[in-house]
Design a protein around this ligand. Structure first.
Ligand SMILES: [Zn+2]
Length: 123
């Protein structure tokens, strides 16, 4: 069975098995590098991660305001509870998106496998 010709981050050879027509696994295929970086930057730009950053900033500001006695402690406690609920909602949304992304990737793999299966039988 052919193995990927790429190298892992630590410099050791990648051990993923690839099909006979391929030299690299998806993670190391230079043809996919652009798509990989697009996916990574898309994740960084995504709505949940922007929202998380905004809420983190808000919570830190709130904590500083409480310590400096700039806000009423009861109001700050209520605000932080609300922000906590909001964070959980954002996290749920992120999980759902992640699952949808995984599902579509699995479907693409299954489709490719079915096509390759047919090619093996008839080719
Ligand atoms: Zn590889």
């Amino acid at each position: 069975m052919p193995r990927c010709a790429g190298y892992k981050r630590d410099g050791s050879p990648c051990e993923r098995i690839v099909s006979a027509s391929q030299r690299f696994c998806f993670a190391h295929d230079p043809a996919h590098a652009a798509q990989r970086s697009r996916n990574a930057s898309k994740a960084a730009r995504s709505k949940p991660s922007r929202e998380l950053a905004a809420v983190k900033k808000r919570l830190r500001g709130l904590a500083e305001d409480v310590l400096a006695a700039r806000v009423d402690q009861d109001a700050a406690a209520v605000a932080s509870r609300i922000l906590g609920v909001y964070l959980r909602a954002v996290e749920q949304e992120r999980k759902v998106r992640e699952l949808e992304d995984l599902l579509s990737r699995i479907e693409a793999l299954e489709k490719r496998q079915r096509q390759e299966g047919r090619a093996d039988r008839w080719g």
